[in-house]
Design a protein around this ligand. Structure first.
Ligand code: DQA
Length: 143
């Protein structure tokens, strides 16, 4: 199984971006963590984009390749209906889709309190830093 670990806008700056909120580890550190955790036969395909159309295309790819998805949609979480509709295709295909946030958006500004994605996600993990992605990997590879 290949697990798509998709990251939205500004997460390419992880490590230097607001480390008080998002921590000091970057996406390469996250990749190493997840690869270290991945059970035999599970491949981690971690990607980041600042472009809405690109992450939507990756959701379509998940459907076409029957890949479970772990997604941190970043700011797209709060306003992208296009990404929500694409995420719905993944769920409708019977594939697990876990929404992850490094911070706890509910403890922050009110514009972060709404997620367009949560209603079509299998589950949501927020507020545990990069550990949230590890929990998500456990969730999609369990059983
Ligand atoms: C985030 C939370 C979002 O509100 C924010 O726009 C991000 C990151 C998180 O991982 O905590 O870019 O998704």
């Amino acid at each position: 199984t290949r697990v798509l670990v998709l990251n939205g806008p500004n997460l390419g700056r992880l490590g230097s971006r607001e480390p008080d909120v998002y921590g000091a580890q970057d996406l390469e550190a996250l990749r190493a963590l997840l690869e270290g955790d991945a059970p035999d036969g599970v491949e981690i395909d971690l990607r980041q984009t600042d472009h809405e159309g690109e992450i939507i295309g990756w959701m379509h790819e998940a459907v076409d390749t029957a890949s479970p998805v772990i997604v941190n949609p970043a700011a797209f979480t709060h306003y992208s209906y296009g990404l929500r509709d694409a995420a719905a295709l993944v769920s409708k295909a019977g594939l697990p889709l876990v929404e992850v946030h490094i911070s706890n958006p509910h403890a922050r500004e009110s514009f972060r309190h709404h997620s367009t994605i949560s209603g079509v996600a299998t589950g949501v993990i927020a507020g545990f830093g990069l550990e949230g992605y590890r929990l998500a990997l456990r969730a999609v590879t369990a059983g």
